[in-house]
Design a protein around this ligand. Structure first.
Ligand code: AMP
Ligand code: MN
Ligand code: MN
Ligand code: MN
Length: 283
């Protein structure tokens, strides 16, 4: 069993990278890839645990793209953390995130739920601020009872106080990831644009733009979704990956490796992923 998608407190999870590495062994994983949003900040501490950990510890990140008018997440799996150009590109994404966050503070005041950036920062362990931290700050101030309610009423993708970031195109994300030696993979396609969306055509378009795989196994998929996406990848010749999207206490009940209980990502997917990485289909 492997897990190629999870987060630490360097983005919007709650575990330290060191703790996450140890959890890999507790969960009985053969490999674990850390994929924090827009940063490789947790990677050095994560990889430093390798001598203590049986599971293979792997490097990744998760980037947000604009596709068909909505947000599409792309995982950059097996990127080289020593790639200076990629690190600079991630820094640029974090600047865009900071700009969005500033606008979201203003927007929340307009809808009658003022929070300061300092109050949002107080909810985070690192400088990267995500909507998860906004949700916690809004709950701490009593505007909502639970952070989840902040997503439902205020800052979810269609909420009145949501401000989008300037996002990459999928082609740009794919190129950045490829140039950093990684494999660009669509994260949780089943969460995109609701359940009825048919992916067949759209995934073909993404493949033409440089996407090389999709997440066929996911912590929150139903069995039918897993079958559909694994089958789709096979039909299109895309790499299949899988992971829990573990966020620690920020996604209660979702476990590393096991997701909501039924997740089991086969070890063999990692070999196929590494073969794809080595192939370097374009540059
Ligand atoms: P950001 O990248 O700052 O826009 O925040 C996105 C993060 O917020 C996602 O990675 C999730 O962890 C979380 N998130 C987004 N929408 C929801 C939602 N509807 N319910 C719970 N968490 C969400
Ligand atoms: Mn997240
Ligand atoms: Mn995601
Ligand atoms: Mn994720």
């Amino acid at each position: 069993m492997i897990d190629l998608h999870c987060h630490t407190l360097h983005s919007d999870g709650t575990d330290s990278p060191e703790r996450l590495a140890l959890l890999a062994d507790e969960a009985g994983l053969a490999a674990l890839c850390l994929t924090d949003h827009d940063t490789l900040g947790g990677i050095p501490l994560f990889l430093a645990q390798q001598p203590q950990v049986k599971a293979r510890l792997l490097v990744g990140t998760e980037l947000s793209c604009r596709f068909l008018g909505r947000s599409l997440h792309v995982l950059g799996l097996l990127v080289d953390p020593g790639d200076a150009q990629f690190q600079a590109r991630l820094a640029e994404l974090r600047t865009r995130r900071d700009d969005r966050n500033t606008r979201m503070v203003l927007r929340l005041a307009e809808v009658g739920c003022p929070v300061t950036m300092a109050e949002v920062q107080a909810q985070a362990e690192t400088p990267l601020l995500s909507r998860v931290h906004f949700a916690m700050a809004l709950a701490a101030k009593g505007y909502v009872r639970r952070p989840q309610e902040a997503f439902e009423r205020l800052i979810g993708d269609d909420g009145p106080a949501f401000v989008p970031r300037e996002e990459l195109s999928p082609a740009e994300a794919a190129r950045w990831i490829r140039e950093a030696g990684g494999v660009p993979v669509v994260a949780h396609p089943g969460r995109f644009a609701g359940g009825s969306f048919r992916w067949d055509e759209a995934m073909r378009d993404l493949q033409r733009e440089g996407i090389e795989g999709l997440e066929g196994y996911y912590g929150e998929y139903r069995a039918a979704e897993q079958r559909y996406f694994v089958g789709l990848a096979k039909r299109l010749g895309l790499v299949v990956t899988g992971g829990s999207d573990y966020h620690g206490a920020n996604k209660p009940g979702l476990r590393l490796g096991a997701g909501r209980g039924g997740l089991k990502v086969p070890d063999g997917l990692l070999e196929a992923l590494e073969a794809q990485q080595a192939r370097g289909t374009w540059n």
